[in-house]
Design a protein around this ligand. Structure first.
Ligand code: ARG
Length: 608
């Protein structure tokens, strides 16, 4: 054995029988051992494992390393047919419980057929231990910076996207067992506060004794902005107010708090409705840290003068633009607060991983930020940073999402419309006659909020997407409504056979999941991919993978259910036979789907 092989076998941790295993990981292990053994002369050979796709004649998985290996040999002047390399790999694979058989195909693909007994064992763990996450190599401190609207300004659909995507990333990482800090980096410290405070002063001079009626902050913001634009004297006072606020002058701080509170309450109503937890830590939190970091950067020689501003370059040249660290009037910017926040997150929060969720338009800002932070030593290679960008939300006319009159859509109005539409949909199906008022309300909320979240998450986040209630509420295709119905249908199978969850757990002790029929085994294999789907998302942070997976589970379940009876009834409708192994398979499907729902922040209902 060469060293690589020895290391590989040393690293193997004992199998944890309380959780489903990642098939990808196991196959990667098996094939890297085999490949190192077959080609001891190569360092770091390519290990390519993929799903085989829908045609069963290519097996379940494939190892596609032979082609890149043959290229490597070709470059060093040796000509070997990929097919021969494929055969050599197969010859070096040790037998393993996961592999039923291997097959050489085409120019050197290796088709892998999974072993049913392994599938059965792997899947059955969930009846004893529940649906657990795959084993973590290491628990990480992760900070997710998401939602982050701006005080006194509109919280718009872009912030809604950030909120939904960020929350789902948190839910996934929490499920995997990481320590997750959910941070709302609200814009609460910008120059807009100068004019807001100055206007508050003039309009409600007794604001510090009696809470001013500024419930409609939008209007208040407009008024102050108008004065700011038209009145030079007011403008001066506005600037002076920011300076006083930023040095924490009490009366200004009080005014600022009043204004923030109004926004905060408004934001919270959205978070409550969507069941989103966030810790508010706005730009203001970093004021003293901004002062400190500017000194440090200055001392380190990282700042350059540029027309009175102090700027910092991440890397020189090309299309790059620098960060503005200090404005010509001495004030700080969005860039300054992000530098200070990054340092705080690394030094104080001890983050291993920091994730920022904003619209794709901010990609350059974050790339420059990361570049500057590395240059100044605030970030090391050990810390992972991601900017999770997303495309804009469009209206059905494919233009920027607006109301009919051209205003930005208020998020609360949007949620209300969702509720109304969801209820209409249920009434159209006359569900109010079947469900209790409580069940109806639960179904309505599950549909309304579920469809808004799902529409967002099921699209590749990098693309723009069209917001359409009509599309979201369709009950066919990859939609929330389809999945919610699929889930209730699956749940109703056991219920109709009078199996409670407890009874099913008992049953699982004596009976095995049925995987004999071709459609049962097909479903079993889809369910077995659960750990791999989650692990894949941790790499690219694209949540549409889990949505596609949920859809695949549902359609594969339908195929199974269409060809395999679970309960047999006689002509009078009485249950005459129950197939226990299939009840278990249906239950496993429901359990895994339920976990997926919880990761994307949806609340399925058992009746709707
Ligand atoms: N408030 C910003 C906006 O509305 C988003 C902040 C994102 N987080 C950050 N650390 N820059 O665009």
């Amino acid at each position: 054995l060469n060293r690589a092989v020895a290391e590989l076998s040393a690293k193997k941790t004992p199998v944890d029988n309380t959780r489903m295993q990642s098939i990808n990981d196991i196959l990667t292990d098996i094939f890297s051992t085999a490949i190192s053994r077959a080609f001891p002369d190569l360092t770091d050979p390519p290990i390519v494992i993929a799903l085989s796709g829908s045609n069963p004649k290519f097996g379940d998985y494939q190892c596609n390393s032979a082609m890149p290996l043959s290229n490597i040999y070709k470059q060093s002047g040796k000509k070997v047919a990929p097919r021969d390399l494929g055969q050599k790999i197969i010859d070096n694979v040790e037998s393993h419980e996961i592999i039923e058989k291997l097959e050489l195909a085409g120019p050197g693909f290796i088709n892998v057929y999974l072993n049913k007994q392994f599938g059965l064992k792997n899947l059955s763990t969930i009846f004893v231990h529940g649906v657990n996450p795959p084993q973590l190599p290491r628990k990480l401190n992760v900070l997710v910076d998401f939602s982050s609207p701006n005080i006194a300004k509109e919280m718009h659909v872009g912030h809604l996207r950030s909120t939904i995507i960020g929350d789902s990333i948190c839910r996934l990482l929490e499920f995997l067992g990481h320590d997750v800090l959910r941070i709302n980096h609200v814009g609460d410290w910008g120059t807009q506060f100068g004019m807001l405070i100055a206007h508050l002063h003039d309009k409600y001079p007794d604001f510090h004794e009696k809470s001013p009626p500024i419930g409609d902050l939008q209007a208040f913001y407009k008024e102050s902005k108008q004065r700011f634009d038209e009145d030079e004297d007011f403008k001066k006072r506005a600037y002076a107010s920011v300076v006083k606020l930023q040095s924490f002058y009490p009366i200004y701080k009080k005014a600022w708090e009043l204004i923030c509170d109004v926004s905060r309450k408004e934001f919270q109503r959205i978070y409550d409705r969507l069941d989103i937890k966030l810790i508010e830590r706005g730009e203001s939190f970093y004021q003293t840290r901004m002062e400190a970091i500017v000194k440090d950067l200055q001392a380190g020689g990282y700042l350059e003068e540029d027309e009175g501003r102090k700027v910092m370059w991440g890397s020189q040249g090309g299309q790059n633009i620098p960060l503005t660290v200090v404005k010509s009037d001495g004030g700080f910017t969005y860039d300054t607060s992000d530098l200070a926040a990054l340092k705080q997150r690394v030094d104080e929060e001890k983050c291993d991983w920091i994730i920022y969720v904003t619209d794709a338009g901010q990609a350059t800002h974050f790339n420059t930020l990361f570049g500057c932070a590395r240059k100044a030593g605030l970030l090391t290679e050990k810390i992972r940073v991601d900017h999770v960008g997303f495309g804009v939300v469009l209206g059905e006319d494919k233009k920027k999402f607006k109301t009919r009159s051209g205003d930005t859509v208020r998020l609360l109005d949007l949620l209300d419309e969702g509720l109304k539409r969801a209820l209409d949909k249920l009434k159209e199906k006359e569900r109010e006659k079947v469900l209790t008022p409580e069940e109806l309300k639960q179904a309505q909320e599950a549909i309304a909020y579920g469809c808004i979240k799902y529409a967002d998450l099921s699209h590749n986040r990098n693309h723009e997407y069209v917001f359409s209630f009509d599309k979201m509420l369709e009950d066919k295709g990859n939609t929330a409504v389809y999945l919610l119905y699929a889930y209730t249908r699956i749940r109703s199978i056991a219920r109709n056979a009078n199996f409670t969850p407890e009874k099913i757990k008992e049953l699982a002790k004596t009976c095995q999941i049925s995987l004999d029929h071709e459609k049962e085994w097909k479903l079993g294999k889809v369910l077995s991919r659960f750990p791999d789907v989650l692990l894949k998302i941790t790499k690219d942070l694209c949540l549409h993978h889990i949505c596609e997976y949920m859809y695949e589970i549902s359609t594969t379940f339908t195929e199974f259910y269409d060809s395999c009876y679970c309960i047999e009834r006689d002509s009078s409708g009485d249950v005459v036979k129950v197939n226990h192994g299939r009840i278990l398979l249906a239950e496993a499907t429901a359990m895994i789907l339920e976990k997926c729902f919880s990761i994307i922040g949806m609340k399925p209902v058992s009746r709707m």
